[in-house]
Design a protein around this ligand. Structure first.
Ligand code: THU
Length: 140
């Protein structure tokens, strides 16, 4: 069972650390490993723009760098600074982050929650948001 509310709260906690002086768009992610651990991430921007890392990838790279390679779900929260919880739009992951998810996650079972608040969220499978993905299977 996934504790959705806890995972959403953790994503909002991570969002507080968002470093986004250029876009002013603050993103937080909470990634649930199959080990039960939650890995939090925020977006980290850079004056040179290209090195910017999304919140989702920060969470994945933290987990993988600590030896966790299997995951059940991720919550993503994101908005321009100043937007209150429950307002604004759902923040969907960019294409690069979807590709990173596809490296480690089962497309049929991995769940992606897009949350505006603990009570307002939508859920998708990875397959729904990344159909026809290119994965390690294609290299065999
Ligand atoms: N961003 C994320 O962290 N995750 C997403 O899903 C969408 C975009 C970040 C990257 C950049 O720091 C800012 O949001 C604006 O694109």
């Amino acid at each position: 069972m996934i504790n959705e509310k806890l995972l959403i709260e953790k994503a909002f906690e991570a969002q507080k650390f968002s470093y986004a002086p250029y876009s002013g768009f603050n993103v937080g992610a909470a990634l649930l490993g199959t080990n039960g651990k939650i890995y939090e991430g925020c977006n980290i921007e850079n004056a040179s723009f290209t090195p910017t890392n999304c919140a989702e990838r920060t969470a994945f790279f933290k987990a993988v760098s600590e030896g966790q390679l299997e995951f059940s779900a991720i919550v993503i929260v994101g908005n321009k600074s100043g937007v209150k919880q429950g307002e604004g739009e759902y923040c969907a992951p960019c294409g690069v982050c979807r590709q990173v998810m596809s490296e480690f996650c089962d497309p049929d079972t991995f769940k992606i929650y897009l949350a505006k608040s603990v009570d307002d969220y939508k859920v998708y499978t990875l397959k729904e948001i990344l159909p026809l993905g290119f994965t390690s299977k294609d290299l065999k």
